[in-house]
Structure formats: C-alpha cells, structure tokens
Ligand binder design. Structure first.
Ligand code: FE
Ligand code: FE
Length: 169
C-alpha cells in the first residue's frame, strides 16, 4: 500500500488521481459528443475533449517536474461518473431529455475535477511549487469555463423545451 507521510505525498497522490481521471475522460467525452442532439452541445464536448488532452499533458509535465511518475492510480470516482453517464445513454431516453441528461452527467464530472484541481492548487501553493500551480490553475479555469457553458446550455435547452410545450398546447 502507498504511504502518505506528508503533504507532498498527498499532492502527488491527488495529481495521479486527476491524471487517471483525465485519461478516462479522453475516452469518455467522444461518447458524450456522439450522443448529443444539439450541434452546439456536441461542439462543446468536442472542444472540451481537446482541452482534456491538454490536461493530461499538463499533469504529465507537473508530475515529471516533481520527479514522480504520472502512473500508479486508478480513479474510481471518474470510472463511476462515466459508468452512470453510459447507463443513461443505454436507457430509452426521449431526445428532448437526452441533452439535458448529458449536461447533468458532464457537470458532475466537471465539479469532481474542479474539486480535485482546487485542492492540488492549494497544496502546490503551500508547498511553493509555483510552476506546477501555474499549469494547474490554467486547467482549473478551463474546467470552470466548461461548467459555466454547460449551465448556459442547460438554460437554453429548458427554454427550447418550454417553447415546444407551449406550441403543442
Ligand atoms: Fe479536465
Ligand atoms: Fe473537464
């Protein structure tokens, strides 16, 4: 078993967790993009896939900078979040509802990442790893932007669904 003796060990442990989470997401996001009904939402997922690949390489850079291997952890939380999203996709979902379901799943993922990056940014600051913090903050702001865009997309979908309902009356 891995031993965590100090904040530095915990910092590396959490970075590895994020590294595995981001790698899982590189595989998971194309499923989200494929399933999305709205073009704008699909493009959003595709754009975040590009950013996510960048997140993987930033974590590699950060961990190498600490003379630590990026490998060694499997993120069960991200595996669970992606598994739940897949479950929804396998169910019989009304097309109007599907995009909303994808947004919920994606926002849960972004919030998980934001929690992880928020913590490693704090640890990195306390430990005076300025270069690492710079890179991690960049990723953190991309996660926050993605979350914001998903909230906006969700508002738009609700307006559309409501307009469709009213037209049907
Ligand atoms: Fe990410
Ligand atoms: Fe993300």
């Amino acid at each position: 078993m891995e031993s965590l003796e100090n904040l530095n060990d915990l910092f590396i442990h959490e970075l590895r967790d994020l590294y595995d989470a981001e790698k899982q997401l590189v595989t998971g996001l194309p499923l989200f993009a494929q399933a999305a009904k709205s073009d704008q939402l699909r493009r959003g997922f595709e754009q975040h896939l590009g950013e996510t690949k960048e997140h993987v390489s930033r974590l590699e850079k950060v961990l190498r900078g600490l003379s630590a291997s990026p490998e060694g952890k499997s993120c069960k939380a991200m595996a669970g979040l992606i598994a739940e999203a897949k479950e929804t996709l396998d169910e019989d979902v009304d097309p109007e509802v599907l995009d909303a379901a994808l947004i919920v799943a994606a926002q849960k993922i972004e919030h998980y990442e934001i929690a992880g990056y928020g913590s490693v940014c704090t640890f990195g600051r306390v430990l005076h790893y300025d270069d690492a913090v710079g890179l991690l903050k960049k990723t953190m702001s991309e996660e926050e932007n993605t979350d914001r865009k998903l909230s906006q997309a969700s508002e738009r979908l609700n307006e559309k669904a409501q307009a469709a309902d009213q037209a049907a009356i």
